[in-house]
Structure formats: structure tokens, C-alpha cells
Write a protein that binds this ligand. Structure first.
Ligand SMILES: [Fe+2]
Ligand SMILES: [Fe+2]
Length: 251
């Protein structure tokens, strides 16, 4: 009887070790920004040996409510904007290409990039369970109308539309990137780890920003500034973009 105790103890110890969640399961439970809170809740709930130490002294810092709200509204407005961009090019392409067949590859190139941007934000919005803008149908109608009407006015007006939209969108993405970099700087200064997913998001926004600015350059190279009256057309479209961004961030 006395000799069975060590065997029993070893069996119990092995079973207890199996019950301890492996690090990859803890990692899978992590969302965009969290980590530290998930790890600590597992550690306190379990009587088994503590999980391995995090890679940085403090692990990852959970997002504050205002940071969560910022990220949700950023993904929401970006998705709406990219949907609008694909619809603008879809509406512009037939009238523009009918008059200027040599622009077909350029219009397709810009459309393909916008479709990729939309796929990126559709994926992110679903993954992080962010509510899409409630005004999706309204933006769809307005974007199609804007694309079609500028294309009917001529190639120059169509390009002026791209120039105006991309000027606003480039600035919009830059502001988001700046805000995310501020969060990174703050976390690093406090000794927290910045997750790979968060860094990937910043790099994705940079790539998309660069492609939007490339569209702006194409538009200017293709006579956007010869549209008549350029100042009025771009002024109205830029104001419309700012209004749509402001509303989509909130609704
Ligand atoms: Fe885009
Ligand atoms: Fe664009």
C-alpha cells in the first residue's frame, strides 16, 4: 500500500500538467490588442503551474475603451470608403473608356487596387466584429452617381474626381497611421509588447495609403487639372468626402 503512493502522485501530477492550457491556446484567445488580461485570467483561474513568462516584461496592454472605439470607427469608415471607390471606378470606366480606349488598363489597374482594399477591410471588419456603416446603401448610390456624372463630363472631370477623392483619402489614412503609431510609441515607452497583428495593420494602412496617392498621381498626369471648373469640381467632391468620412465614423 505504501509503495503505491509515489506512482499515484506521479499520475496525478501528469494529469494536472495536461489540464494546464498550452501557450498556443492562450495566444489564440488573444484579439487585436489584448494579451495581458487574457494571460492573467488563465493564470489566476488555474491551480496548475503558471504559464511561461511573456516575451516582454509586461506582455500586451489591453486597449482602452477609446482606443477600441477609434479602431472600430477606423475600420468602419475605411470599408465604406473602399466600397465607394470601387463603385466610382465601376461607374466611370465605361464612359471614360468609350471616349479614351487607351485609358482602359489604367482604369482597370485602379479598380483592381480598390477591390483589393475593399477585400482587406471586409475581412478585418468581420474578424473584429465591427458593425459596418448603417449608411452603406446611401454611400453606394452617391458613389455610383459621382462616378457616372464625372465620367459623362469627360476624362478630365473623371480624373479630377479621382484627384479630389484621393487627396482626402490619402490625408485620412495618414491621420489613422499617425494615431496608431502614437499608440505603439506609448506602449513601447511603458514596456508593453506591440503585437504582430497590430504592426501588420499599420503596414497594411501604409500600403493602401501609398496606392491611393499613386491614383492621385495618375489622375494629375491624365489632365485632372484641366477639368472645367477644376476648383469647383474638386472643392465640392473634397467637401463631400470629408462629410462622408465624418458621418461614417459615427453612423
Ligand atoms: Fe482604396
Ligand atoms: Fe483609391
Amino acid at each position: 500500500m505504501a509503495s503505491s503512493h509515489p506512482v499515484l502522485l506521479r499520475t496525478v501530477a501528469r494529469a494536472a500538467a495536461r489540464l494546464s492550457p498550452p501557450p498556443q491556446i492562450i495566444q489564440a484567445a488573444r484579439q487585436l490588442s489584448t494579451g495581458a488580461s487574457t494571460l492573467s485570467s488563465h493564470a489566476t483561474a488555474s491551480n496548475t503551474p503558471p504559464p511561461p513568462p511573456p516575451e516582454s516584461p509586461k506582455g500586451k496592454k489591453p486597449l482602452t475603451p477609446s482606443q477600441k472605439a477609434f479602431l472600430s470607427s477606423a475600420l468602419r469608415v475605411n470599408q465604406a470608403g473602399e466600397l465607394a471607390a470601387t463603385l466610382i471606378y465601376t461607374a466611370q470606366t465605361p464612359p471614360v473608356v468609350r471616349r479614351e480606349p487607351h485609358l482602359k488598363p489604367l482604369m482597370k489597374h485602379m479598380y483592381d487596387q480598390e477591390a483589393d482594399h475593399l477585400r482587406v477591410f471586409n475581412h478585418l471588419i468581420a474578424k473584429h466584429r465591427v458593425r459596418p456603416t448603417a449608411l452603406y446603401p446611401l454611400w453606394s448610390v452617391m458613389a455610383t452617381g459621382l462616378g457616372w456624372s464625372t465620367a459623362i463630363m469627360g476624362k478630365e472631370a473623371a480624373m479630377a474626381c479621382t484627384e479630389a477623392v484621393e487627396t482626402e483619402i490619402g490625408g485620412h489614412y495618414n491621420a489613422q497611421i499617425r494615431k496608431l503609431l502614437e499608440m505603439v510609441t506609448e506602449w513601447e515607452a511603458e514596456g508593453y509588447e506591440v503585437g504582430e497583428e497590430f504592426r501588420d495593420l499599420i503596414n497594411t494602412l501604409r500600403r493602401i495609403r501609398d496606392e491611393e496617392l499613386e491614383h492621385l498621381d495618375h489622375a494629375v498626369e491624365h489632365d485632372a487639372q484641366k477639368a472645367e471648373p477644376h476648383w469647383l469640381l474638386t472643392g465640392v467632391i473634397r467637401a463631400g468626402c470629408r462629410g462622408a468620412i465624418w458621418v461614417s465614423e459615427r453612423v
